[in-house]
Design a protein around this ligand. Structure first.
Ligand code: UD1
Length: 423
């Protein structure tokens, strides 16, 4: 397995282009199942998760053509399709469950493997299935698969009150409701930019959706959706990750395509920590203000709160802050696996349940480390860039899931980073 070797200490200067959002692309791709006509996505990120979604859609009978080095995904799904999403693909990536709503809407039935747990927690699907049941689906779990069938072969509009603003459940119900009979209202819906991006794409395909970006979304079912071309929204998590690089290493970096409104809560915390963020005509410019980073407390929340997907990277920043920071993880029950690895680099972190207390040290020191999930891996790269000496991050396949060209992007602003092929 490949690893990434980072030598810390270089200040970072220059520009980093930010890709299209992985999490938006993973929900936009299954939308192709809702129409017989082609759906083309531009600004797609070049990531292994996108290739996994391609394989899944192909296994269901969609044609997927990747063009311009993967930045354009042209999809088409006409004629008969297969409604079974196999465990072998679903287990690789939880977002595979986003085919459930579209398959059920198109064919009136679907068999989708349950994804199982993942490193950051149990991640059940009850909010998805309870919502679809309200729309008239009968769903039972057999042989590890959800077997879903719409009563009378077609889903019906319903008023659905989510117990929690689940991102994936909002996306699945929104897609399912576009072709349902009647009107669906989702209350306590997720408000993430990726939800707005999906709604924008579905509207371009002829769907009638209102209220995306608020906690109540209304979808008026239509008989048919048509083809469209849609540009994937900027990846706010890749953006936030690279904003932390100059904050931790010094220098000034411009993040091309960045916007503050994608990350307002995160930018507020950076300001409090002593990092300046300013908008330019091409994106965002980030630099550390004078002096040491200051400690700040962070609680992860659904959008517009502080994103859980930036918690690990923020912890890496706070390891060298002046003072003590408290990080509370409210979205996933087991999302501090990076903490013991950061401790191996000299950080002082105490974890109790969903709370991590970080007491800043002057400097981190390079060490061999590894992580069991995507965002944890990149937090170790950031820590390595700011540390004294050499850090070797193993299990790079996690990074390949969510960060395209990480070595090229960081070395382009002056980082000493290379990928070493595994033995
Ligand atoms: C999406 C993102 C992920 C991000 C997360 C929270 C994608 C592909 N992934 O994941 O990167 O970290 O949002 O911002 O977009 N839950 C239930 N029952 C359900 C569904 C969820 O209990 O039916 C719980 C989960 O276990 C978790 C919390 O709700 O504790 C949040 O999950 P959710 O918002 O659904 O996240 P995902 O859509 O899986």
């Amino acid at each position: 397995m490949d690893s990434i070797v980072v030598k810390g200490g270089s200040a970072l200067n220059g520009q980093i282009p930010i890709a299209g959002a992985k999490n938006a692309c993973l929900t936009l791709m299954p939308a192709t199942l809702l129409s017989d006509e082609p759906l083309t996505l531009t600004n797609a990120p070049r990531l292994s998760d996108i290739r996994t979604m391609t394989q899944l859609l192909q296994s269901l009978g969609a044609e997927v053509t990747s063009m311009q080095d993967g930045q354009v995904q042209a999809m088409s799904c006409h004629g008969d399709i297969n409604t079974r999403a196999e465990y072998d693909i679903v287990r690789k990536m939880r977002a595979s469950n986003l085919v459930l709503g579209p398959l059920l809407a198109r064919e009136g039935h679907a068999e989708v493997s349950l994804p199982g747990g993942c490193a950051i927690g149990a991640r059940p699907m009850d909010i998805h299935t309870d919502g679809l049941a309200k729309m008239g689906a009968e769903i039972e779990l057999r042989d590890g698969y959800l077997h879903a069938k719409a009563d009378g072969g077609k889903l019906k509009g319903a008023v659905i009150d989510f117990p929690f603003a689940s991102v994936g459940a909002t996306e699945n119900i929104m897609m399912a409701a576009t072709l349902a009979k009647g009107t669906t209202v989702v209350n306590n819906a997720a408000r993430e930019p990726e939800i707005v991006d999906l709604a924008t794409c579905l509207r371009a395909m002829g769907a009638q959706i209102d209220g995306d970006g608020t906690s109540s979304i209304t979808i008026q079912g239509v008989d048919k959706l048509h083809g469209a071309t849609h540009r994937v929204v900027t990846d706010r998590i890749e953006l936030g990750t690279y904003m932390l690089a100059p904050a931790m290493c010094g220098g000034e970096v411009e993040l091309l395509g960045g916007k503050i409104d994608l990350l307002a809560a995160f930018c507020e915390k950076l300001d409090a920590a002593g990092i300046s963020v300013s908008e330019t005509d091409k994106g965002l410019k980030v630099a550390r203000k004078n002096g040491r980073i200051r400690a700040v407390d962070v609680t992860t929340e659904p959008f517009p709160g502080f994103p859980t997907d930036l918690q690990a990277q923020m912890m890496a920043l706070l390891c060298t802050a002046e003072g003590t920071s408290v990080l509370e993880e409210k979205i996933f029950e087991n999302r501090f696996m990076h903490a013991p690895e950061l401790v191996r680099m000299g950080a002082e972190i105490d974890v109790h349940g969903g709370t991590a207390t970080v007491t800043g040290v002057e400097k981190l020191k390079g060490a061999p480390v590894m992580a069991t999930d995507l965002r944890a891996s990149v937090s170790l790269i950031l820590a390595g860039l700011a540390a004294e000496g050499e850090t070797r991050v193993a299990r790079v396949y996690h990074l390949d899931r969510g960060y395209e060209h990480v070595v090229r992007k960081l070395s382009g602003v002056g980082a000493d980073i290379e990928r070493i092929a595994g033995e």
